[in-house]
Design a protein around this ligand. Sequence first.
Ligand SMILES: [Zn+2]
Length: 110
Amino acid sequence: MAYFKSNKIDYHYVKPIIKFPCMDCEEEAVMHAMTTNWSCSSCGASGTISKLIATTSDTWKKSKIYNPHTEKNKIMKLFDDLQANSNSKKMQTLKSRVSHLIEYYESKMP
Ligand SMILES: [Zn+2]
């Protein structure tokens, strides 16, 4: 994980899995934090941390993956901004319903 941090590569860590952009197709690849074995279900690429270290592609290093945690925070911030500019109670209701829905799915996650 220190590698991702120090090289500013986008990643999302949910113990013991690190998600990061695949070096070949830039889709989401998964790595086991202990073994550093990783694979990409989109293009079939795989390897260990040493393969990532050997890659110097700047395009890859700048690519991003979808981070549901960051996305949720951004959505909630948007609701707050909209609420501040509206007198509609519906906005507040919408925010709490979306929030409830997300929490429902989060509780179903392994
Ligand atoms: Zn791939």
